[in-house]
Design a protein around this ligand. Structure first.
Ligand SMILES: Nc1ncnc2c1ncn2[C@@H]1O[C@H](COP(=O)(O)OP(=O)(O)OP(=O)(O)O)[C@@H](O)[C@H]1O
Ligand SMILES: [Mg+2]
Length: 507
């Protein structure tokens, strides 16, 4: 019994269940009482009718016999008749008086103290030989409603007890059904809502219900769907705002870095100009001094310059000059890129540009590097490639940076670089892809490579500004630049630039 109570109390631990139970009990008790009251009222009416009918029965069936018995002074017969009368339901007392008797004979049967709720009095009369109606006595019949009340009380008790024994288990069953079908799911929804926060907006609400998907959704399915849709909408909104915020922060960062870069570029530009100019003069001077030194070497034999024998040094010096000039040129390009990134309005004017020509020029510039790095350079130009509206030098700078990155990624000359161009007429773009099968880019680096100063080649002189500058130039040209890369497999950079339809750069 205790276990059963415990089972129910566990099921009914939710307040809604208690309130439902109380509501069901109140409603069912109210209707039980109402129906009982109606039933009692009709039963009461019936009982009164039965009493009336019994009294009528006394008049119809007994009155003549009783009159005769009194008239013929047959009192023993009279008593039998009166006992018959009081045996009728609810007739408690009957009293007969013979007024013709000198002693005023009277006979009473039944309980004289019983409540006299209905009293009917009948004259005892006889028709004499002159056909006159002679009254010689009377009979009083008394009925009590006590029995009626007792019977109605018993009936009420039976109705109430039977209803209670039926209502209580039925209410509990209804309650358990409601708890199983609804309340526990409400609790799950509340738990879900409690555990919801901005990081968990992607989590979906799922109720433990039927396993098979129903044909028609019910109200709970609709609520669950609405809550999940709300979660999806909130999540999208949140992501959108997060992205916007990140973009604002990134733009700010880029802007200030751009300004910094412009400052640095300015500071580097002057000394670099000295390096370039002076090294040209120095190289020229060296070229002129060389025959004199050669002559001296032939006559006097080998000699040391700064601890290095001249015979070695003369071979290295041109290389050193070349390195200085190339390094200076690279610095110049980067500085120009940094300046143009920061002040794009300073960039040279735009014209119709043939991407094929830009790439060809780039390949000439990087000829040495490419030859050193790969034996497999494959260039595939689309025939009649559309022109783009832009700046030749700046686009050339993009391809120089991208091809240098591709070269840097190759670890063995057997690896390839594939350059491909095509017209994407569906989207009105010219598409250029540069594919290498070199080291590839780590997943965690992929979204950082366009950041200024992000480089994995710091030790080899990488500045991390190459892609930063490229992205600025491509953006300026209203194009896109995307990276597809996997470590160990290689990288494909895809650039799209809006095509010029009316003017073909080839022509
Ligand atoms: N094709 C590629 N293969 C592998 N890694 C690449 C490739 N392209 C770019 N990266 C990665 O992106 C980083 C940033 O490139 P970015 O061109 O901006 O700078 P960098 O090449 O390191 O230096 P800089 O171009 O200034 O000499 C590189 O350091 C490298 O890790
Ligand atoms: Mg680079």
């Amino acid at each position: 019994m205790f276990k059963i109570l415990q089972f129910f109390s566990r099921r009914l631990r939710y307040r809604l269940s208690y309130r439902l139970l109380v509501a069901i009990l109140i409603c069912s008790s109210f209707f039980t009482l109402l129906i009982t009251a109606f039933q009692l009222y009709f039963d009461y009416q019936n009982n009164i009718e039965v009493i009336d009918a019994n009294i009528d029965l006394v008049e119809q069936s007994y009155l003549d016999a009783i009159t005769a018995s009194v008239y013929h002074i047959d009192y023993s017969q009279l008593k039998i008749l009166l006992l018959g009368v009081v045996s009728l339901q609810d007739i408690e007392y009957v009293h007969v008086v013979d007024q013709s008797d000198p002693d005023n004979f009277s006979l009473e049967v039944g309980n004289p103290k019983a409540p006299k709720d209905i009293i009917r009095k009948y004259p005892l009369e006889i028709t004499n030989e002159f056909n006159q109606l002679v009254r010689f006595g009377s009979m009083t019949v008394t009925a009590s409603l006590e029995g009626v009340y007792n019977r109605l009380f018993e009936k009420t008790m039976v109705i109430l007890v039977s209803n209670a024994t039926k209502t209580f288990p039925a209410s509990l069953c209804i309650l358990l059904i409601i708890q199983w079908l609804i309340t526990r799911h409400l609790q799950t929804m509340a738990d879900y809502a409690d555990g919801l926060n901005l990081d968990k907006l992607e989590k979906r609400l799922k109720l433990k219900r039927r396993k098979r998907k129903p044909k028609n959704m019910d109200e709970l399915d609709t609520v669950v769907n609405s809550i999940n849709m709300l979660g999806i909408r909130l999540n999208n909104e949140f992501l959108e705002r997060k992205l916007t915020n990140e973009m604002i922060i990134q733009n700010e960062k880029m802007k200030s870095l751009g300004e910094l870069a412009a400052g640095i570029a300015h500071e580097i530009n002057n000394p670099n100009n000295f390096i370039l100019l002076n090294s040209v003069i120095l190289k020229d001077s060296w070229d002129r001094i060389m025959p004199i030194l050669e002559r001296y070497h032939a006559e006097a034999g080998d000699f040391n310059v700064n601890g290095i024998p001249f015979s070695d040094l003369r071979n290295h010096i041109p290389e050193l000059f070349k390195g200085i000039l190339e390094g200076g040129e690279k610095i110049k390009r980067i500085v120009r890129g940094m300046k143009e990134y920061s002040y794009p309005e300073d960039a040279a004017k735009r014209t119709a540009v043939s991407i094929k020509r830009v790439l060809e020029s780039t390949l000439v510039l990087l000829d040495n590097d490419l030859k050193k790095k790969t034996e497999n350079l494959d260039v595939r130009f689309e025939r009649d490639l559309f022109a783009v509206w832009g700046n030749f030098q700046r686009l050339e700078q993009v391809f120089i940076n991208l091809l240098q990155n591709a070269c840097d990624a190759l670890t063995n000359p057997k690896q390839h670089i594939i350059i491909e161009t095509l017209n994407d007429t569906e989207n009105d773009n010219v598409v250029i892809s540069i594919k290498d099968n070199g080291t590839g880019i780590k997943k965690e680096h992929l979204n950082r490579i366009e950041e200024p100063f992000f480089t994995t080649k710091r030790k080899n002189g990488g500045t991390g500004l190459g892609l930063f500058i490229c992205s600025g130039i491509i953006e300026e040209h209203e194009g896109t630049m995307t990276f597809d890369s996997a470590p160990g497999k290689g990288t494909t950079v895809t650039i799209t630039l809006p095509m010029m339809k009316d003017e073909n750069g080839e022509s």
